[in-house]
Design a protein around this ligand. Structure first.
Ligand code: SF4
Length: 201
């Protein structure tokens, strides 16, 4: 299974065996032009053995400043959604399609996303989650299908390589349009129920 359409493949490399090894490998990455404007690489964080992973688009200003994913306003909203679903941030793993901030928070260019995707694919392989929540259309299109529309696929379980995938809106979209909160909550209830079923086994 190939995750997304990355130009680079690490299939033939020995590859890191732990997230820490991967983090060290990514240090100083200059595979795309986003390296020029970043303060920090936002590697991702959370439980290295998480059964639930969340993947967003890319770091914003606060994430770039702190080197942590989803710590700005959208991240705080995501924390609230997770808490409402009875899921702690510590038990999940959170990452993005690109690990360096696109200028002005623009959508990552295809070349940037494709340069960074092999890192994310390795990360997913090492964490080996059972569920991934893809947050927003960028994550949906690069992880699942370049033509997929988030408005159509949100709330529908997808499956790839044995991982169940739930697309939903990015929390930043909820900040712009609070009417989407109801849909996101419906999507997270499905995730919560499936996740609870898994962890109680
Ligand atoms: S966005 Fe990804 S590929 Fe581009 S420089 Fe940062 S870590 Fe490397």
């Amino acid at each position: 299974m190939q995750w997304g359409a990355g130009q680079l493949s690490f299939e033939d490399l020995a590859g890191p065996r732990t997230l820490e090894e991967l983090r060290r490998e990514i240090e100083g990455c200059a595979r795309c032009s986003l390296a020029e404007g970043r303060t920090h690489i936002v590697f991702g964080e959370g439980n290295p053995h998480a059964r639930l992973m969340l993947v967003g688009e890319g770091p914003g200003a606060e994430e770039d400043r702190l080197g942590r994913p989803f710590v700005g306003a959208a991240g705080q909203l995501l924390d609230k959604i997770l808490a409402a679903a009875g899921i702690t941030r510590e038990e999940v793993y959170i990452a993005n399609i690109v690990k360096c901030r696109p200028p002005g928070n623009r959508v990552p260019l295809r070349a940037e996303a494709e340069a960074c995707l092999p890192w994310l694919r390795l990360q997913i392989r090492l964490i080996n989650p059972r569920f991934i929540v893809v947050l927003g259309s960028t994550a949906l299109q690069y992880l699942c299908d370049p033509q997929a529309r988030i408005t159509f696929f949100r709330g529908r379980w997808l499956e790839k390589g044995g991982i169940r995938i739930m697309p939903t809106y990015h929390p930043a979209a909820l900040l712009r349009d609070p009417s989407k909160k109801r849909d996101v909550w419906e999507d997270f209830k499905k995730v919560r129920d499936a996740y609870r079923e898994l962890v109680k086994r």
